[in-house]
Design a protein around this ligand. Structure first.
Ligand code: G1P
Length: 302
């Protein structure tokens, strides 16, 4: 692909994962363990996210981390001692699983010194990303591997040169948990033109029930917009506000309506649901687990 005067045509090749949060919703579990490393069946949440990026062709991943969270980086490092033990035992399946974590992507890190908001966290990636378009994947949600979202977002961003969001229809009473978009239809049923963005509006103020999901493909110009963004909802520097500023300045903003399954592991209930849903899908233990679960739910086991 070649780049034209608008900067379009260049598919993003880097991803930024903001993962500096304190995860108070999971305390005390997250006192010493980053919430991104909580396991979903046998892999940490963060691995699902890096796998999602890698499957879309992104192998340069920047983790925006905070104090006490360096073990996230260790997870993607080699473990020759563990690998050797598994090799000696002939446990090739686990050996392959352990090696895979270090082969998924090149992992880089930078620190968000203070928790000043999602916009601020993304802003910390400026020097790593430069002027190029890039993807942002929030560290506590991921989508079904069979219904990927990122590839079409990356393609659309490469053709518009603007911002591409993923949108999810949510119940009206949940608008205050998300960034909400006002939209106009396009010729394609799952792609909308975004005409406005507001962070965490009350149901009465929400312009729609289309929530911004934790996947974004952004142009490098977002960094200047973030630098100019004042604290917004919750007193934090919001990515939504920086994107709204680019929208007002005429940058095209599109949304892809996602109709697949999103796993939201940011709260205990969503986390438990993800564990159960993904365990049931596992070829090695799904059948047995589902049989037990069905019996348990039927009240025959306590
Ligand atoms: C963030 C964003 C919000 C988005 C949400 C998706 O909110 O600020 O616009 O809808 O992620 O999960 P947070 O969940 O960090 O409060």
């Amino acid at each position: 692909m070649t780049t034209n005067a608008q900067g379009t045509g260049k598919r993003a090749v880097k991803a930024v994962i903001p993962a500096a949060g304190l995860a108070t919703r999971f305390l005390p579990a997250t006192k010493a363990v980053p919430k991104e490393l909580l396991p979903v069946v046998d892999r940490p949440v963060l691995q699902y996210i890096v796998e999602e990026a890698a499957a879309a062709g992104i192998t340069d991943v920047l983790l925006v981390t905070g104090r006490g969270k360096t073990s996230m980086v260790d997870h993607f490092d080699r473990r020759p001692d563990v690998e050797q033990r598994l090799e000696e035992k002939g446990d090739l399946k686990r050996l392959e699983a352990v090696r895979r974590t270090s082969e998924l992507a090149d992992i880089y890190t930078c620190r968000q010194g203070e928790p000043l908001g999602l916009g601020h966290a993304v802003g910390c990636a400026a020097s790593h990303v430069g002027d190029n378009p890039f993807a942002v994947l929030l560290g506590d949600e991921f989508v079904d591997v069979e219904q990927p979202l990122l590839p079409s977002m990356l393609d659309l961003q490469a053709s518009t040169g603007g911002i591409v969001l993923a949108l999810l229809e949510v119940p009206t009473e949940e608008t205050s948990r998300y960034g909400i978009a006002s939209v106009e239809k396009t010729a394609e049923s799952d792609i909308v033109k975004v005409t406005g963005l507001v962070e965490k509006p009350s149901p009465a103020e929400a312009p729609s029930n289309l929530a911004v999901l934790g996947r974004y493909v952004l142009p490098g110009t977002i960094f200047d917009a973030i630098a100019d963004t004042k604290p917004g909802a919750g007193g934090e520097i919001q990515l939504t506000d920086a994107m709204a500023a680019l929208l007002s300045a005429g940058v095209p903003v599109h949304g892809i309506i996602y109709r697949g399954h999103r796993y939201d592991t940011g709260m205990p209930l969503g986390y438990l649901q993800a564990v159960v849903q993904l365990a049931v899908k596992r070829p090695d233990l799904g059948e047995e687990f589902l049989a037990w679960l069905t019996e348990f739910v039927g009240g025959r086991q306590g």
